[in-house]
Design a protein around this ligand. Structure first.
Ligand code: SAM
Length: 280
């Protein structure tokens, strides 16, 4: 039974982090001539109203995208890929796009996106949103099993996989390690971007430890730590692991983390971390 609904969290500081990293990866991927495949194992509904009852209950977007809107378009240069895609989606202070819409704005006619969403209320929304987009293949299917069934992509040799679970159950951390090991067997050349929360129980440290011991290589780690330290049980920071990141992005990782921390920090302890978990 899936109880998580992203509408309560859309546009929060973790979404800003995840989508800024995603936009940077999408921008680089679509600069090459050959066709490209984008996979989203946990796609969500694709669009979120920030004046909905859910968003107004938590007000999480106020500590996220609202801080960027407050800059009145004067965003740091390092956030340009995010800003450009966000603007193309038609985002505004009452509406925030999900990851599939960032991809839809970046992809070209020859590219493809393969999206998985299992929730019975979220899938129809996503499917309706993209029903006229011939590049989109939307599956009401488990993203872990679906991804492995469809790798390597038939449509393109190059591609990016976003893995963005809700971590409703603790076993998802283990499941991600198993998924990545199996996915790399079928498609070693793909780029994989995994989002995870930094919670007080520090489960993410086990995820990183297991990946480090797994034999997988070329794993970059991008974290915004201690953004929010006020509430004892809530998410304190946001992390992304990027396997096989394109070389042309390497110089951008630290400035991106630093600039996001400066904008999103809720206290003086917040810090930016950008380093190899496992080098090539
Ligand atoms: N990636 C989205 C974005 O950035 O806009 C947000 C995704 S949200 C964090 C996680 C989504 O995964 C939820 O919509 C949830 O219903 C869905 N979900 C949970 N378990 C799933 C599974 N095993 N397979 C596919 N979707 C799943």
């Amino acid at each position: 039974m899936l109880s998580y609904l992203h509408s309560f969290h859309a546009g929060n500081f973790a979404d800003v982090h995840k989508h800024a990293v995603l936009s940077t990866l999408l921008q680089v991927a679509t600069q090459k001539d050959s066709a490209f495949a984008y996979f989203d194992t946990h796609a969500g509904r694709g669009h979120y109203a920030l004046d909905s009852a859910a968003a107004q209950k938590t007000h999480e977007y106020k500590q996220g995208i609202a801080k960027l809107w407050a800059l009145q378009g004067e965003w740091p240069k390092t956030l340009r890929p995010y800003q450009e895609l966000l603007n193309k989606t038609g985002a505004n202070p009452r509406y925030y796009p999900g990851s599939p819409l960032f991809a839809a704005q970046a992809l070209r006619a020859e590219d493809h996106m393969i999206l998985f969403e299992q929730h019975p209320r979220e899938y129809p929304e996503l499917s309706e949103l993209l029903k006229r987009d011939k590049r989109a293949h939307v599956h009401n299917r488990d993203g872990y099993e679906g991804l492995l069934a469809l790798l390597p992509p038939k449509q393109a040799k190059r591609g990016l996989v976003l893995i963005d679970p809700s971590y409703e159950v603790k076993k998802e951390y283990q499941q991600i390690v198993r998924l990545l090991l199996a996915a790399q067997q079928c498609w070693a050349g793909g780029t994989y971007a995994i989002w995870y929360p930094l919670l007080p129980d520090e489960q993410h440290l086990r995820l990183k430890m297991k990946l480090k011991a797994s034999g997988l290589r070329n794993i970059y780690c991008h974290e915004l730590r201690d953004i929010n330290t006020e509430k004892a049980r809530s998410m304190q920071g946001s992390g992304m692991l990027i396997i096989n990141p394109p070389w042309s992005v390497h110089g951008a990782w630290y400035p991106l983390a630093q600039c996001l921390v400066e904008i999103l920090r809720q206290n003086d302890q917040a810090t930016a971390h950008s380093e190899w978990l496992v080098p090539e």
